[in-house]
Structure formats: C-alpha cells, structure tokens
Design a protein around this ligand. Structure first.
Ligand SMILES: Cc1cc2nc3c(=O)[nH]c(=O)nc-3n(C[C@H](O)[C@H](O)[C@H](O)COP(=O)(O)OP(=O)(O)OC[C@H]3O[C@@H](n4cnc5c(N)ncnc54)[C@H](O)[C@@H]3O)c2cc1C
Length: 452
C-alpha cells in the first residue's frame, strides 16, 4: 500500500497540480521549490509568459476540479493567423467544430491558482526558497539549501517525485546511469520574448481569436493574446548564421531585421532594440529517458522526464496528462509505489517520445510549410475526409490538440498513414475539384481498417 507522504520537488505547473491530485486521494505531500511563493512574487521577464492550453490540459484541470476557476482566464484561439511577407493575412482554422480551439493562458496566473488551491484548499505543505543542490542516487539522499539562511539539510524519505522541470537537478544526477539513461538534445534555434502592449482603453492591437504567426522559412515570430489586451511575441531564430541571434548584435541590426521581416508590426513594439537587448535568449531542447523511475523510491515527471520543444504547444498539456494518468493508476488503490511508477512509465513513455517527435516536426510546419499551397490543399482534403468519415479520419493536429482520448503515440501512428495517403491523393491536384473524393473516402476506409 502507499505510504502516507510523498516529497515532490518543484511547485511548477506539474508539481503543484500533482500535489492537489494526491491530496484528493488522501496522500499527503511536501513540495519544495527554489523560487519564492508565486502568490506573492512576480515571474521574471522573458520566460514563456503565456501558454497554449488544449484538450489534455483542460481535461486535467477538470479532473482536479479546477477548470471552473481557470476557464474565465482562457483566451480562445481558433486558428493560425498567418502574416505573409507582403503584409497580407490568412486565417488557417485549427479544426472544423466549434469546440476545436486552443486557449492562451498566463503561466504565472495558472501557477498561482494551482499553488493557492494546493495550500489553501487542500492543505498541501509547500516550502518555497528551498533549492535542491544535489542528489545522491546510491544513498537516495537529496540535499536542499534553504535560501532564508543558506543552511542545508538532507531528505532521505521516499518516495521522491522530481517535477523540477527541463533542467532537472535530479535527472542530471543520473547523467551516467545506463538504466535511466537521460539525453538532452538542444535545438540549434533559441527564442526571445517581446511584447505588444494594449492600445488605448485596453484594446488589442492585433486581431483576437487567433494565434498569430509570421512564418519566414528558417525562422518565425508568433504572438499570443493576454487578458490585459497585450500580446506576448516570441521570436524563434537559429543561434548562428545570417538570420540568427548571433547576427542581431546591435540596435541597428535588430531594427533592420524587424523592418525587413516583420515591418507590419514593428511600430507596435515600443523600444524594440532596448527590449531586445534586455530580454534573455531561452534555449530549446528535447529530453528523453529510457526509464523514469527507480523502484518506488523516485519518479521523474513533467518536463523533468520529457521536455519537448514548444511548437505543438504540448509540454504543459503532457505534464498535466501525466498527473491524470498517475492519479488514475492510484485510483485502483491496490499497488505499491514501485508498481504504480512502473505502470505509469509503461503508459506514458512512448507517448512522450511521440509528442517530442511531432513537436519537432511542427516547427518546420509553422515556420515554413504553412506557406506552401500543397499544405493548404492537404489540410482542406483532411477536413473533407473528416466530414465524410467522422471519428475515423481525424487530422493529426486535431488528434493531438482536441482528442485527449487518443494517446499521442496513436496520433503519431495514424498521422503517418494519413499523411502518406494525403500526399498521394494530392500529387497531381491543384484543388479539391481535381480529386475523386468518393474514391479517396474508400481508400481511407480500407487503409484505416487494415491498420487496426
Ligand atoms: C517558450 C516556451 C513556450 C511554451 N509554450 C507552451 C505551450 O504553449 N503549451 C504547453 O503546453 N507547453 C508550453 N511550454 C512547455 C511548458 O512550459 C512546460 O512543459 C511546463 O512548464 C512543464 O511543467 P513542469 O512543472 O514539469 O516544469 P516547470 O514549469 O519548469 O516547473 C519546474 C519547477 O521546479 C522548480 N525547480 C527547478 N529546479 C529546482 C531545484 N533545483 N530545486 C527546487 N526547485 C526547482 C522550478 O522553480 C519550477 O517551479 C512552453 C515552453 C517554452 C520554453
């Protein structure tokens, strides 16, 4: 049976939600985080200010009984609003049913709500300003520094749950361990956040209801709305080369780059060069592990187990799904921590690897492929096939974003089959009129039946 208390490292999105789910099951937890309590402090500038929430994240909040509280903070985005080189715009809807939209949400507000609920409604013991400085896997011993007086102490009681994010100190303690075998693959691209403030009277200065994208081939700029009427802009750019962060090394270079590539919104970004110089460049990468747990003593979860690049907007959604999956396993109530962690790993590891791959692919789609007429035709055909064969043919993007009942690995598998077929059916076509849709429908039925 489960021991009554768990130590969770990290009161971020995953750790705080997990502590709530544990509390609802009567499992006490103590949560340690190196940051100050987000209820009383500001997050630092430049760190993914808002996030796109989709079905898996919404499901987790509903599961924890928190959706009602978060819902009023969500700003709907029903498609990508593409800003072309010539300044023209084009809306590419994400789905074709009214509920098929994603939502912009403030990371800081969401984290604050989770921490407040954990502490104030569920009595979770959260300790802030407590930084894990080391972990000895052989002794199962965690060293923690108390920021108040710089004293250190150790924790040996398990089980220990590492929800300490992409740079997880606990995971890195296993860097040379062949069982956990963690790898961190950095993308040769990074990101920088900027913003467009609200206009007079708190008015949005760009169209709302969409995620704005300026695809420029090897790089892109995106914008997500915030409840205050402002937009957070994120520039994704190679680290080196002609159009790169390394090349943007002066105010003149920044100004010339934005004038050339993003001239339509440049006037909306105040003090562009100064903000660009002041805001940090964030790295992007993928974390994979062979295993996530050591018996019943330790479990890696959320970004600590499987950070993914943000181009499918799924890192938080996956971390929240982890919490639901773990909670569903706990609901069976008859197994020890070791078995619980093993079942969890068996259910989620292939899914995490699948969304890691799909997120990398989506970077190419967002910054480049969306400009290709062939992409738009394949998307139109996918929507047509979904209308003809509802529940059977579901575009891959929709499976990932709107169908939380379809595991990521299954979305990837079906997506590959469907993509090959879409490419074949559109090879010599310029519009849907050039395609025999009845024959296409039969092909899909045969293909999907054979692949069950
Ligand atoms: C630019 C960008 C955009 C993104 N956009 C999206 C999006 O649109 N949709 C989406 O679903 N996901 C998105 N993500 C991913 C998302 O941010 C993460 O997947 C999510 O934050 C993971 O939650 P977590 O709790 O596992 O980690 P984190 O949120 O990173 O939380 C980790 C916590 O651990 C604490 N911690 C770290 N080290 C220590 C230590 N040594 N001692 C004590 N405490 C420690 C930290 O203070 C933090 O509170 C984006 C990420 C980036 C970088």
């Amino acid at each position: 049976m489960h021991s009554p208390s768990v130590n969770i490292i990290g009161a971020g999105l995953c750790g705080s939600l997990l502590s709530i789910m544990f509390a609802k099951r009567g499992i006490g937890s103590c949560v340690y985080d190196r940051q100050q309590d987000p209820r009383y402090s500001q997050v630092s500038a430049g760190r993914s200010i808002n996030l796109a929430m989709s079905a898996r994240g919404l499901r987790a909040l509903r599961h924890a009984g928190l959706l009602q509280q978060v819902e009023p903070l969500l700003l709907a985005m029903r498609g990508r609003l593409i800003h072309k080189d010539d300044g023209a715009t084009e809306l590419q809807p994400y789905g074709q049913r009214p509920h098929e939209q994603i939502f912009s949400v403030s990371r800081a507000t969401l984290n604050r709500i989770l921490v407040a609920a954990a502490c104030e409604r569920f009595g979770v013991d959260m300790r802030f300003g407590q930084e894990v400085t080391g972990y000895d896997p052989d002794r199962g011993q965690l060293t923690v520094k108390n920021d108040d007086d710089s004293s250190t102490y150790t924790i040996t009681e398990g089980p220990l749950i590492a929800a300490d994010g992409a740079g997880s100190r606990l995971r890195r303690a296993f860097a040379s361990d062949s069982y956990i075998s963690p790898t961190e693959s950095l993308l040769p691209h990074s990101y920088k956040e900027l913003s467009i403030p609200a206009g007079p009277g708190g008015r949005f200065q760009l169209a709302t209801g969409a995620l704005h994208v300026w695809p420029r081939g090897g790089f892109m700029l995106i914008a997500l709305p915030n409840p205050g009427g402002d937009f957070t802009l994120t520039l994704f750019l190679p680290n080196d080369g002609p159009s790169s962060f390394a090349a943007l090394d002066s105010a003149t270079a920044v100004s010339a780059f934005f004038t050339r590539h993003f001239g339509d919104i440049m006037p909306l970004i105040p003090d562009l060069s100064e903000t660009f110089a002041a805001n940090p460049v964030g790295i992007l990468g993928t974390v994979r592990c062979r295993h996530w747990h050591i018996g019943g003593d330790l479990l890696l979860i959320g970004d600590a187990a499987h950070a993914v690049v943000p181009f499918h907007g799924q890192g938080m959604n996956l971390a929240f799904e982890d919490c639901v999956v773990l909670d569903e396993i706990l609901a069976r109530g008859d197994q020890n921590w070791s078995t619980t962690f093993e079942i969890f790993e068996n259910r989620q590891l292939a899914n995490a690897n699948a969304i890691a791959d799909m997120a990398l692919e989506n970077y190419v789609e967002m910054r480049d492929t969306v400009r290709d007429p062939g992409f738009l035709l394949r998307k139109a055909l996918a929507f047509e096939l979904e209308r003809r064969l509802p529940g059977q043919f579901i575009p891959r993007y929709s499976m990932v974003m709107f169908h939380d009942e379809i595991p990521y690995a299954e979305a990837q598998r079906r997506g590959e089959l469907q993509q090959a077929l879409l490419e074949e059916l559109t090879t010599n076509a310029r519009s849907l009129d050039d395609i025999d849709l009845d024959a296409a429908e039969r092909r899909v039925e045969t293909l999907l039946a054979a692949s069950q």
